[in-house]
Write a protein that binds this ligand. Structure first.
Ligand code: PMP
Length: 285
């Protein structure tokens, strides 16, 4: 696989980042994952805008312009012949000469930019979507700025392990009695013609897929309520699902052992998945 590091395209085993890089020592980095369908980027602009926002919120310099970022994405997709898969991008505050909590001067310590592709044939036709996934609920013990897409993924990673040990596929995070989001996705339920998902704040990541799916849902004459909800309310719903750039719309059929609706993917969730895939493919660049 050819990867990109700080201006160079290299075979993955030749790519190097310093041990003093602040993402390695302090999780001082942000990232984006953009999916690829038909060799084209899905929702690239949304990811680029959110990346810029993450950088701004952390006072981190931009490594390049967003046009250059698009070029790098396209080049990697082309070189690695990705038809379906993802492009992972990470920007860190760079590698100062020594370990220090204080941010380094960006003049002497430029940001580190790394991109690589992940080839995932069958991403859109994922058979898991026809079966749905099971989730458990766990306490949300992440930091308070979940709107910034940082590489601090230890707790989400632990959450996926807790789910796996419990025989489930993923976990929904709960804070003060209300669901925030999934470990790496946004969380929803559907009751009647109404989709419910938590509103945007610093408590959750502002999903790019979330924005698109809610827009398509409104266009399909569904009601959308952005508000807090409990696990019990979701368990009593007709349908549930998650969204993310890599899973698109994925039905949830069980929460903490309780079947949602008939315990099979809901028709609205499956329809939203179809609409999302169709529309995103048309708008891909
Ligand atoms: N919430 C969290 C915590 C995530 O990690 C992700 C995916 N990275 C999402 C939501 C979904 O965001 P998107 O639709 O932009 O992939």
């Amino acid at each position: 696989r050819t990867v990109y590091v700080n201006g160079e395209y290299l075979p993955e085993n030749e790519a190097k980042v310093s041990i003093f890089d602040r993402a390695f020592l302090m999780a001082d980095g942000v990232y984006e994952v953009t999916s690829v369908l038909d060799g084209k980027l899905i929702d690239f602009d949304g990811h680029a805008v959110r990346l810029q926002r993450s950088l701004d919120e952390l006072d981190m310099p931009s490594p390049c312009t967003m046009d250059e970022l698009l070029e790098i994405h396209r080049e990697l997709v082309k070189i690695n012949e990705i038809e379906e898969g993802m492009v992972y991008l990470q920007v860190t505050r760079g590698a100062p000469d020594d370990r220090d909590f204080v941010f380094p001067d960006p003049e002497t310590t430029p940001p580190t930019l790394v991109l690589f592709t992940q080839n995932k044939p069958g991403l859109a036709d994922n058979p898991v979507a026809q079966k749905g996934i099971k989730v458990i609920s766990i306490d949300d013990q992440r930091w308070g700025r979940r709107d910034i897409k940082t590489v601090q993924l230890l707790y989400p990673s632990m959450g996926k392990m807790m789910a796996k040990k419990a025989g489930a596929d993923d976990a929904w995070l709960v804070e003060d009695g209300f669901v925030t989001e999934g470990t790496s996705n946004n969380a929803y339920f559907i009751k009647g013609n109404t989709i419910v998902t938590r509103g945007l704040s610093n408590d959750i990541l502002h999903g790019i897929t979330r924005a698109a799916v809610l827009r398509f849902a409104r266009e399909a004459q569904m009601q959308v309520e952005e508000r807090n909800f409990t696990i019990a309310e979701a368990q009593a719903a007709d349908e549930a699902f998650i969204t993310s750039a890599s899973t698109f719309v994925m039905p949830v059929v069980e929460i903490d052992g309780a079947k949602i609706g008939a315990g099979v993917p809901g028709s609205n969730a499956l329809r939203l998945r179809e609409i999302y895939l169709d529309e995103s493919r048309k708008a891909a660049i």
